[in-house]
Each structure stands twice: as structure tokens, then as C-alpha cells.
Design a protein around this ligand. Sequence first.
Ligand SMILES: NC(=O)c1ccc[n+]([C@@H]2O[C@H](COP(=O)([O-])OP(=O)(O)OC[C@H]3O[C@@H](n4cnc5c(N)ncnc54)[C@H](O)[C@@H]3O)[C@@H](O)[C@H]2O)c1
Length: 442
Amino acid sequence: MDYTPLNKIQDAFDIQTKALREQKLIDIKTRKSALNTLHATIEKYANEICSALSEDLGKSELLVKMTEIGVVLEEINHYIKNMDEWAKPQVVPNFPSPLDYKGRAPVQSFIQHEAFGIVYIIGPFNYPFNLVLSPLVGAIAAGNRAIIKPSEAVPHTAKIIEKIVSEAFAPQHVAVVQGGREENEALLKLPFNMIFFTGSPAVGKIVMKAASEHLAPVVLELGGKSPFIVFSDADLERAADQVVQGRFTNSGQTCIAPDYVLVDSSVKDAFLKKVIEKVQHDYPDVGSTGKVVTTTQVKRLLSLIERTKGTVVYGGGANPEARTLQATVVDGVDWSDSLMEQELFGPVLPILTFKNAEDVPTLVNSHHPNPLAAYYFTNDIENGKRMADLIASGDAVINGVMLQVVSPYLAFGGIGASGMGEYHGRSGYDVFTHKKSIVVAG
Ligand SMILES: NC(=O)c1ccc[n+]([C@@H]2O[C@H](COP(=O)([O-])OP(=O)(O)OC[C@H]3O[C@@H](n4cnc5c(N)ncnc54)[C@H](O)[C@@H]3O)[C@@H](O)[C@H]2O)c1
């Protein structure tokens, strides 16, 4: 893939800066029309998007239509339906000043959503279409201009994103820059008005540091080790079904995937048997989970499996050159294991146990920074809610997996090391705006 030359990156930014200076406000009618055009252009290239994601990540057409294209189209529809309402100034009570302003008290007070200006959206490789286009929808609806950089690890998808964006938008409004680390570093030196980053905590720190130079606000959508906790009263059949779906979809490369299982030792054997049956059925071969992003990542995962003190009870096969690793389940893992060092981000599922349910929050809270998601399986919903109160995570699901990410009515984002700032639906409109208070004196 051809990367954007550094001078062209500066040009892309200058074009938008000039446009911002000449016409600060993009009216709501123009924003809506841009979103409609984006919707139509995505539909037009749906087949090409599917082919690109099949090449890059071995994703099935069904998976692409559901988790990449469908999610973005739904998000656009939700915005078009609601953005007039969200954009309305919020009228608040007039509050008299404690100082004497010669009787000139407030007669109108309201809060107005103001676009930041030019935002920079940086994407990861794992849901590479959805995770740059969904933030873009919020940014555009809120009245911003944007430059987006898709992940260089998925070149076919990055190319189709560029084709769609350059057909749907003028470069004064939205532009795509292609590149990797060097291009990202060049972009991060520019005085963007806001930066929206999705990726690893390590690069999140680089982004936040760079943003501080220009005091640009940042949203960081990061990852972490998300626990899947099974209590003794859980429906084990359902829990096994959900953990297999959550862990192995997209070869385990989902930010909210369960990263490890923590199961009550009294039901571990029964639960594990069901997990193995399910994996055998759904992912019988090396390659049936799809592709891992690079050969290097397959090798990284294999080296973690090689160093585990646990027992591989299913899987372990791999073909690094073909970027495939078999769905792998490892029993008898403890907190100091190689598989518990960092977010796995691959088709590997370590199984840990606990003896006393009351210890669970301390175990989870003390071994890793705040995860992006936490899953609780129990027949006692109040117990699930209590656990969600005691374990700090970006979001939580009781008796299900990955349901938090699809609703435009829920806010999506991390806490602590798993990120800051939320989006999706209304939250995605709010996060791309400054709340400007305006007062009219009588
Ligand atoms: N919270 C979420 O919504 C969410 C969604 C998807 C992925 N993630 C997280 O993303 C990570 C996986 O994605 P990834 O591997 O693409 O992430 P990554 O951090 O390696 O890359 C993300 C982006 O940063 C750029 N980049 C990489 N290294 C850089 C460097 N040293 N300097 C400057 N820029 C650099 C890349 O070009 C890419 O566009 C996982 O941690 C996962 O949990 C989070």
C-alpha cells in the first residue's frame, strides 16, 4: 500500500484549517446530507468492503455485514433521526450573579454544543472499517472536519475506506491519510482540535503525550484483560456457549472479548467439558476462527502458550505463515502465568478458578489494570450487579457477552488503563463537542 507522503499530510491539514477559518460552522443540514451520502457510498461498496476484510483478516461476509458495515449504517440512521434534537441548545434557569452588574441580570441562559474543529481519528486493525467510520459519524454529526488514519496492518480495508471517504466528502471536510508509525507521528505533531484514538494502551500513551503539546482533548478507546466470571449457580451451558462465541470470533481479536475465564472451582470440570464440546463443534480446524493479523502475532501467541504452566486441553495447532492459530483452551492457569501477563488478543482461552465468591472482586482488581469489559454468569442477578459495582471496568454484561457494544442507547468506553471518553449514539455526539454556555443579560 502506498503511504501518504509527509508533505501531503501537511497539505491535507492545511486545506481543512483554511476551510475552518473561512467557514467555522457547518450547518446541520449540510452535516445530515453528508451522512446520507456516506450511507449511500458504503452501501455502494459493500461487496468491496467484504472482499477487503476477507483478504486482510479472513472475515466471513456475514461477520463483515453484521459487525463492520451494518453497525455503521445503523449508527448513521440513528444520528440522522436524532441529531436535530441533540443539537438544540439546552435552555437552563437564569441564575442571578452574586456581583452587582447594575441590574443587568441574565434573561436567557443556555448550553450549546460547539464542534471542536478538526479532529484526528486513528484506527486499529481488528474491526478496521467500523472503528474509524463509527467515530467519524459522531464527528461529522457534531459539525467537525476530520482526518482519519486507518490501520496499516489491514491494507485492503484501508484502501476501500479511502475510496469511500474521498467519494463521499470534499477534502475540506474529511480526508484519509495512509500510513504507519512514521505517518502517525507526523500527524500527531499537528495542532488538531481533538484526537480520537482506538488501539492499544501502549500507543494510547504516545497519543496522549503528543496531544498535550497542543492541549488537544483526547478520547482513548483501549483494551485490557476482560474477565469472564462463572459463579457456581450459573447456567453452565449458556456460559460455555457465550464464552466460546466471545473469545473466538474474529480469531480472538476483539477489544471486548473475554480474555480469561475465572470459574468457581466446584463447577470447573462440568463447565470446561461444555466449553471443549462447543469449541470442537464451532472451530474444529486450524483456521476456522479466521486469520490472526500477522505472522508475528501468531508467533507471539505460540510463545505464550509454550511458556504456560497450564495444560492445553484443546487446540494449540498453528500455521504462522498462513496467519492461523487453532482455537486453544488452557486449563490450570494461575495469575502468574505467561497467559495472564497482557491482553491476549488472539484465539486462546486460559481457565482460572476461585474457591470463594467473595474473593472475586479483589482477585480481579488486584492483578490487572481496569479492563474494558467484565462478564458475570450467575442465576442471581443481584449478585451480578453487586459484582459489577465492586469491579471497575469500562462496561459489564450479566449472563451474556458483547451485548454492550451494539446499542446506540448505551455509552461505550473504558476506564483507567482501558481508556477515557465514551461514544455510540448520543454519547458519540456529545464527545465530539464542547459544551458552550451562553448568557444574555437583560
Ligand atoms: N476500546 C475499543 O473500542 C477498542 C477497539 C478495538 C481495539 N482496541 C484495542 O486495540 C488494540 C489492538 O489494535 P492495534 O494492534 O491495531 O493497536 P495499535 O495501538 O498497535 O495501533 C493502533 C494505531 O496506532 C498506530 N501506531 C502503532 N504503533 C505506533 C507508534 N509506536 N507510534 C505511533 N502510532 C502507532 C497504528 O498505525 C494504528 O493506526 C488492542 O489493545 C485492543 O484491545 C480497543
